[in-house]
Design a protein around this ligand. Structure first.
Ligand code: ADP
Ligand code: MG
Length: 239
């Protein structure tokens, strides 16, 4: 325990809540501990990241333990991989039941970056991924086609549009990631968040909030939608 404390101090990782989940020290440790699928290991290795960033060290094992998470780390600290890798491992094989993981991010541009990384990571896994951003952009197709997808990356406006037109069913979603949660909760987006969260009715859904800053809005949302979340802060905690 003391050694873990020292390790966290070294990387300026702070935890609020359950501190029992050990950080990963290397990506190989992560691959071995959870027996990541060879295709995902291969894809990830070809991207060439050598060492996990501090937020990756602690957010990944917490998510692998199926815990709700509030993660705060500066822009550019590798939050995308921190939420994508555990989703890929948790989903394992494709299933034709519909979306099992959804990543909501405030802008189309951020969505495109996340989707780009996701496409690299799923190559050869047969998992199906979908990017829906601007209204009138790419479409989901008919009900049968929609069920083929496993993972969705989207913006709040577009997702709410699809929910309201009954084009999308989020009752199968087991992993909900809200990226840049602070921005998602800014004026105007609040109502959309309610709609999205209400549509995610799966009994065992796991939720994560990622943000560069954690405002009182984010804390409030975490308290209202999460089950005993663990908070991880790297760098300075804003309020
Ligand atoms: P954030 O979402 O925290 O702003 P990103 O996930 O966009 O950060 O990552 C920022 C940059 O760092 C990206 O170019 C990404 O590819 C790169 N990156 C992510 N993880 C690592 C890592 N472990 N080692 C080196 N570079 C990384
Ligand atoms: Mg990001």
């Amino acid at each position: 325990i003391e050694e873990t404390g020292r390790f966290r101090n070294k990387y300026r990782i702070r935890i609020y809540g359950d501190k029992s989940i050990e950080p990963i020290k290397t990506f190989n440790m992560m691959f071995n501990q959870w027996k990541f699928r060879p295709a995902v290991q291969r894809n990830f290795k070809s991207i060439g990241f050598r060492h996990p960033t501090p937020i990756q060290m602690q957010a990944i094992p917490i998510t692998m333990a199926s815990r709700d998470l509030v993660a705060c780390a500066p822009t550019g600290s590798g939050k995308t991989v921190a939420f994508l890798l555990p989703i890929l491992q948790a989903l394992d094989r494709p299933s034709k039941i519909g979306f099992r993981a959804v990543v909501v991010t405030p802008t189309r541009e951020l969505g495109r970056q996340i989707f780009g990384m996701l496409e690299k990571l799923v190559a050869g896994t047969k998992l199906r991924v979908c990017f829906l951003a601007k209204l009138g952009g790419s479409v989901l197709g008919n009900a049968n086609n929609r069920k083929k997808y496993d993972i969705l990356v989207t913006t709040p406006l577009r997702l709410v549009h699809e929910i309201q037109h009954e084009n999308i069913d989020l009752s199968t979603v087991q992993h909900l990631i809200l990226d840049e949660a602070d921005q998602l909760l800014e004026l105007g987006f609040l109502e959309q968040m309610d709609t999205i969260i209400a549509a995610c009715t799966h009994q065992h859904i796991r939720k994560s909030l990622f943000s560069a800053t954690i405002s009182s809005n984010v804390e409030e949302l975490a308290t209202s939608i999460m089950r005993d979340p663990i908070r991880v802060v790297v760098g300075i905690k804003n309020s």
